[in-house]
Ligand binder design. Structure first.
Ligand code: H79
Length: 426
């Protein structure tokens, strides 16, 4: 089994430092997995294929000759780029990462480098990335492209298709020359400014090859980020493995990508939707540990985002609309990362207490040395709480007491903003 384990990648490029600024502030982004396999919705020849819907071609070892004709069925009548972009905005997100080419090798944009693409090979004939680029620009959303630089089950020299192509005869350099570099050039020159290329699953490419890919991106768009899964420590930030929630505070720049159910691509039979309260506490948890949250949707063959996903994103957006200040642009607090009552984030002289349940009537925080000027409900600043600071005479530990008497918290996370005299110190 392949462990797409945490890839830790210190940033080392002044351009990436600058580009990371928007990404660090954003904290929350929309991942979109949409490709030919979305048509099959997790089923092949009447049978539900276990696992990730977008891995079906690999799971069933479907020959290119049988899989590629799916393109002739791709006709998403209800596709609406404006609706997708607006969904991200409504959720409180600041960036969108969409599959420009997943492992199945099909380009979801008009590629001159390979006719196996959504404009030339489908009856639909539209370029959804063009349309999405326009709608993202209108809403000041950063548009980013997922690009599978290593696995490609369609190109004869791409990695991991062993059922159509003889491994011994593969020439990875030819795959890079014929497909990866030309397609990256298209993606980075025809869609305006791109926030990031989200490379995935580095399994076979050498360090030298990954370096060339990184340089290729930066030469075309110096401000474009490169995800940690370029491999070999060459990304601008790090990623834990898919759906992995870190238990500790993370050093450096991180992004956690996760699904709302158990698949990335659309799967008709997957109803394992995570409760929205979990999604919101995860967003808070990740922000408190210094990680972005890239949350996935898998639109169906009509181009429609599943209703349970839309519902959850709207609910998250309602929470973000009043509490976004405690997520976007924040950093982890100087305290330990996890408390039984919740989490903390900080921004300048503000310290945000995120309560996962109702705060105790007499809430006590140990260790804050900085003077607290006020404590108020972030969602309604006129709701203020009485604060007392003292020092434990036995241990010398600074104590902060907040009186929550009579206060009824709101589900699922209540944020209290502490205004401090300086940046928080412990
Ligand atoms: O794009 C999404 C996934 O399709 C992709 N990353 C996210 C963002 C991904 N690539 N690899 N993996 C996920 C995990 C690969 C797991 C594998 Fe397997 C284990 C490949 C082979 C063994 C799962 C089980 C797929 C085939 C068998």
């Amino acid at each position: 089994a392949v462990d797409v384990s945490a890839v830790k990648t210190p940033s080392r490029n002044p351009d990436s430092e600058k580009a990371l600024q928007w990404w660090r502030k954003a904290r929350f982004g929309l991942f979109i997995h949409w490709s030919l396999s979305s048509i099959k919705a997790g089923e092949w020849k009447g049978e539900v294929v276990p696992g990730l819907a977008e891995w079906m071609m690999f799971q069933k070892k479907i020959p290119v000759a049988e899989f590629a004709p799916l393109a002739q069925e791709f006709n998403p009548r209800k596709f609406d780029a404006a609706a997708w972009a607006q969904l991200a905005v409504d959720a409180g997100m600041r960036y969108v990462v969409i599959t420009a080419k997943h492992h199945e090798g099909f380009a979801m944009y008009h590629s001159k480098a390979d006719p196996y693409n959504v404009v030339d090979a489908t009856p639909w004939g539209r370029d959804p990335l063009k349309e999405l680029a326009k709608e993202c620009r209108k809403r000041r959303l950063k548009l980013c492209f997922y690009y599978s630089q290593d696995l490609d089950w369609h190109h004869p020299d791409g990695a991991w298709n062993t059922w159509d192509y003889d491994e011994a005869k593969k020439k990875p350099e030819r795959y890079l020359r014929e497909k990866v570099f030309p397609q990256l050039r298209e993606l980075l020159t025809q869609y305006g400014s791109i926030g990031m290329i989200w490379f995935d699953t580095p399994l076979t490419l050498s360090r030298a090859q990954s370096r060339r890919i990184r340089k290729f991106v930066k030469d075309l768009q110096p401000q474009c980020l490169v995800s940690g899964r370029i491999g070999h420590g060459l990304g601008d930030y790090s990623l834990p493995r898919d759906n992995f929630l870190p238990g500790a505070r993370l050093e450096g720049d991180w992004e956690t990508c996760a699904t709302m159910n158990d698949t990335w691509g659309y799967k008709r039979t997957d109803h394992a939707w995570k409760p929205v309260d979990n999604l919101i506490t995860t967003l808070v948890d990740l922000a408190s540990k210094g990680s972005n949250y890239l949350l996935n949707v898998g639109p169906d063959a009509d181009g429609v985002v599943p209703a349970p996903s839309v519902k959850r994103l709207h609910q998250m957006g309602a929470w973000m609309a009043v509490n976004g200040e405690a997520i976007r642009g924040t950093t982890p607090s100087p305290f330990k990362p996890e408390f039984s009552w919740g989490r903390m984030t900080t921004k300048g002289r503000s310290l945000f207490l995120h309560f996962f349940g109702r705060p105790e009537r007499r809430f006590r925080l140990h260790g804050l040395k900085t003077k607290v000027r006020s404590a108020a409900l972030l969602a309604a600043p006129e709701v203020k709480f009485a604060v007392t600071q003292s020092v434990d005479p036995a241990t010398g530990t600074p104590l902060l007491d907040i009186d929550f008497k009579g206060f009824k918290s709101t589900r699922p996370v209540t944020v209290v903003k502490l205004q401090l005299a300086a940046a928080p110190e412990v």
